[in-house]
Design a protein around this ligand. Structure first.
Ligand code: NAP
Length: 247
């Protein structure tokens, strides 16, 4: 059997059970759904957020997960968190869900405040992938995923800042995907970086609040959660660098 540079052979595709997965930005409806699906499938979940009350709520919603308070925009704090988590065991997955949205009136209406918020969101992806990269490379089946937007395919003037940040995030993840291939080799690839693409997300609370809306083209957070769990059901070679439009 071929060996990677780290000396670890490609692992069998045995699903997410028993894997340790960090969910970065875990307290929204999508985060709760992802944490629940991962935990139900047998993963050890470490949920990270910047708001203690929302983390407490998440811990009550999804039994058995661990929570970590961290400002993921602070690279030193992320490095410290990653070192601490890696010291206590393998990290097999990083599911990045920090988002946010800004819009402005046309190109001239894109504000510095809006761009700062989008850059800060992008920074959380850069920080977490850098800090957890060594663990993901060392894992038998490392997976990293983030959620981008259909607007990258059809940018608008009003969403220029938002879409530019999402395009940067997609580019960054493709670089991570290249890193995995460069470090592990095509034939021994065990890790994968994947972009999920949605138009918008919807959850049960949104449906209940607006029963008249069809939410056409929206992706249910349960669909995203299932796609996250399925990352461990396919070979890394199929997922590394993939851009997957979710239904
Ligand atoms: N919602 C949509 O319609 C839609 C559309 C297209 C793409 N997406 C993408 O899908 C992903 C999930 O979307 P979402 O709406 O569920 O995300 P979100 O609510 O915008 O963000 C997810 C979580 O990130 C946490 N967060 C924000 N800043 C943080 C920081 N500095 N450090 C740590 N945690 C931080 C927030 O929790 P705390 O406040 O508790 O820290 C929040 O609950 C995002 O990447 C988003 O851009 C969403």
């Amino acid at each position: 059997m071929s060996q990677s540079q780290s000396g670890v052979a490609p692992g069998p595709q045995r699903g997410v059970a028993g894997r340790r997965v960090v969910v970065a930005g875990a307290t929204s409806a999508s985060g709760i759904a992802a944490c629940r699906a991962l935990a139900d499938a047998g993963a050890t979940v470490v949920a990270v957020g910047s708001n203690p009350e929302r983390l407490d709520h998440l811990a009550l919603e999804v039994a058995g997960i661990g929570t970590e308070l961290c400002d993921l925009a602070d690279s030193a704090a992320v490095d410290a968190l990653a070192l601490r988590l890696i010291a206590s065991g393998p990290v097999d997955g990083l599911v990045h869900l920090v988002g946010g949205w800004v819009g402005g009136k046309g190109i001239a209406g894109q504000t510095d405040e809006g761009w700062a918020a989008m850059e800060r969101s992008f920074r959380t992806l850069r920080n977490t992938t850098r800090a957890f990269y060594p663990a993901l490379v060392a894992s038998e089946a490392g997976r990293v995923a983030a959620v981008s937007s259909t607007t990258v395919d059809a940018p608008t003037a009003s969403g220029a800042d938002y879409t530019a940040a999402k395009a940067a995030a997609e580019s960054w993840l493709r670089s991570v995907a290249h890193g995995f291939r460069a470090d592990q080799g095509e034939d021994s690839l065990r890790a994968a970086a994947t972009v999920f693409v949605v138009k918008a997300l919807v959850d049960d609370r949104m449906r209940a609040e607006s029963p008249e809306k069809t939410f056409a083209g929206f992706t249910d957070v349960a669909t995203l959660a299932s796609a996250v769990v399925a990352l461990w059901d396919a070979p890394a070679g199929e997922l590394d660098g993939a851009r997957i439009r979710l239904p």
